[in-house]
Design a protein around this ligand. Structure first.
Ligand SMILES: [Zn+2]
Length: 357
């Protein structure tokens, strides 16, 4: 991997890259520190914004001088949002209203945002928890997940014609080929300006951290890890010279080396889980196996559990592990709904390597 030599902008500042692309950094509290968002020159003047920042007062204050500097109240043509996570989507409704524009994202991403924002599928949470042997209502409550989310997403913006996989987006001076990637988030859009060798990756390909891939009760993806691994293979189609513009960290070249490292990291986790699954284990046992080297609570425990379940769900799908009932007998794969009838009332399902069952 080779970093773009250009130094990153400070929070609320801008650096101009090739083809007039404006690299803006906005603050994100906590370990992420920042998100990169991009202003791209419009096809007929003006600007298109890609991603928006968290819906927090500190981010709104960072936006005000930028809105004035670029005259965005009149010059913004629209907002593209890669996916529904709050650091990307949170400020979309405020900016859309302020600038009188609508938001362009995939149907899946908008639906995911609406679902989480409106707390849809709440009734699925206890059933999901039972399927996996995890006290999800408690986990969500301890993480204050609903409160945290609603406090950083301003609202649902008006949606323009949605992005579809394979679209050519021509609102910008640089036309972008749109690809949609499930896994990290439903319907995550990446934008590839092939002629310019630029790839706006969102959270799909990050230089120093792996994208969080989690199975959640409110999620729209049945096998997010399987989808993510498919996405990583698809990203290998990027030409080697492509400049990757990630949402977190610095732009870099060498996507293939980064994909090698990410695939090796996932393979290592699968090996670790399969070794551990020589004896029957609960989902929480697996979470401790992967992440138990540090004490987990609140939001971190929720994230670690979601990521663990994504791995276990993938291994169930490949047939490498089996779900067991209270008598340690494998349960049919295709079962849906409440599992207590199959697992045993009050019992927690366990999982074991297929060749050790
Ligand atoms: Zn994300």
């Amino acid at each position: 991997m080779e970093w773009l030599p250009t130094l990153p902008p400070a929070h609320g500042e801008v650096v101009e890259l090739e083809h007039g692309l404006q690299w803006i950094r906005l603050p994100v509290p906590g370990y992420l520190d920042h998100i990169n968002v991009w202003l791209a020159p419009g096809n007929h003047g003006g600007w298109w914004l890609v991603d928006t920042g968290l819906g927090l007062p500190v981010v709104r204050e960072a936006w005000r001088p930028l809105l004035a500097r670029y005259g965005l109240a009149t010059s913004l043509r629209g907002i593209l949002v890669t996916h529904h996570h709050p650091d990307h989507f949170g400020m979309a409704s405020w900016l859309a209203e302020y600038c009188g524009v609508s938001v362009t994202m995939s149907v899946g991403a908008f639906a995911a945002g609406a679902r989480v924002f409106q707390n849809a599928h709440a009734e699925r949470i206890p059933v999901f928890g039972e399927q996996w042997g995890v006290d999800y209502p408690r986990l969500l409550q301890d993480a204050r997940a609903g409160h945290v989310l609603r406090s950083v997403v301003g609202g649902l913006p008006p949606l323009a014609t949605p992005l579809a996989d394979g679209d050519s987006f021509t609102g910008t001076a640089l036309p972008f080929a749109v690809s949609l990637h499930d896994g990290h988030a439903e319907g995550h859009a990446c934008l590839h300006a092939a002629a310019a060798g630029l790839f706006i990756a969102g959270d799909e390909l990050l230089p120093t951290i792996s994208s969080n891939v989690s199975l959640y009760p409110q999620g729209g993806l049945d096998d997010p890890m399987g989808s993510h691994l498919t996405s990583l293979r698809r990203l290998r189609e990027l030409p080697a010279s492509t400049l990757v513009l990630p949402a977190h960290g610095r732009p870099f070249r060498g996507a293939h080396a980064r994909l090698d490292a990410l695939e090796a990291e996932h393979a290592g986790r699968f090996d670790q889980l399969l070794e551990f699954a020589r004896a029957p284990r609960t989902a929480i046992d697996f979470a401790n196996c992967l992440f138990g080297h540090r004490p987990l609570e609140g939001m971190n425990l929720l994230l670690a559990t979601g990521e663990t379940l994504a791995h276990v769900r993938y291994l169930l799908g490949t047939g490498a592990v089996l779900r067991l009932n209270a008598a340690d007998e494998p349960i049919e794969k295709a079962l849906e709904g409440r599992l207590s009838a199959y697992v045993g009332a009050g019992a927690v399902p366990r999982f074991v390597r297929a060749d050790c069952a």
